[in-house]
Ligand binder design. Structure first.
Ligand SMILES: [Zn+2]
Length: 249
């Protein structure tokens, strides 16, 4: 039987967890049983995910968005009390990997997004080199790329830009990386793709001519945990199931 300590040590080394300064603890966040047979993965450790995973009989739940974020209320009250109580009552482990899972060169959210969208990485930028820039494998108009993104991620993206603009160079970062837009503009790209958009991004897009593509925070971050779960199944004798909990943002 797979031991929890062995699993969390392995993931910690694989994702080089100690290399990152993060806003939350990476690794085991809530301790449960010591032996792991069933591993559930999901984007966010919401109550919905916890209930679906424990109903399946998960021994551990691995997520991108866990708990204990810097500056959050430190008390165990309200929804946080209910979530932690659910984990403890079921003796289930919660493992969370934030920036290390965005950044990993092969299993990370940005690498997995690039693979699915047909983007070729040429370099990194932004905080701790998490965001990527490169080229589209097939140059296409913003209009064509919009359809491709929508079909691939199963979500209609929100796009600011000229639909006939030809896209060759692109920068991207999964999740809520809209604050990287201006840095992306300085890289000379034709478009920037991330999960969420803010009001000021619209003006920057209009005034620079660089397209902004908001493809969904959840939608752009569902691939890292899945790739990690599949990788772990190949390494160890465990079962893995990804739980897609729809989130329109
Ligand atoms: Zn995120």
């Amino acid at each position: 039987m797979m031991q929890l300590a062995e699993l969390s040590d392995y993931i910690g080394r694989l994702l080089e967890v100690n290399r990152f300064r993060d806003y939350c603890p990476n690794g085991l966040q809530v301790e449960g049983r010591a032996e792991i047979q069933r591993l559930a993965t999901g984007v966010t450790a919401s109550q919905r995910l916890l209930e679906a995973a424990t109903a399946w009989g998960a021994d551990a739940i691995l997520v991108h968005h866990g708990y204990f974020w810097r500056n959050e209320d430190a008390t165990l009250t309200g929804i946080k009390k209910r979530r932690i109580a659910h984990l403890l009552q079921h003796d289930v482990n919660l493992l969370a990997y934030h920036l290390p899972l965005d950044a990993h060169a092969e299993l990370g959210n940005n690498a997995q997004l690039a693979r699915r969208l047909g983007l070729v990485e040429q370099g990194r930028f932004g905080e701790q080199d998490i965001a990527c820039y490169g080229e589209l494998k097939i140059p296409q108009t913003l209009h064509q790329f919009e359809a491709h993104v929508g079909q691939t991620l199963q979500r209609v993206p929100l796009i600011i830009g000229h639909s006939e603009r030809l896209l060759r160079r692109i920068a991207w970062c999964s999740g809520g990386a809209q604050s990287y837009f201006e840095q992306a503009v300085t890289l000379g790209v034709d478009a920037f793709l991330t999960g969420e958009i803010s009001e000021q991004n619209v003006h920057i897009a209009e005034e620079t001519g660089v397209a902004f593509i908001a493809a969904g925070h959840h939608a752009t971050e569902r691939y890292g945990v899945q790739a990690l779960g599949e990788h772990l199944v190949q390494q160890f004798n465990i079962e893995h199931r990804f739980f897609e909990m729809d989130n329109p943002v």
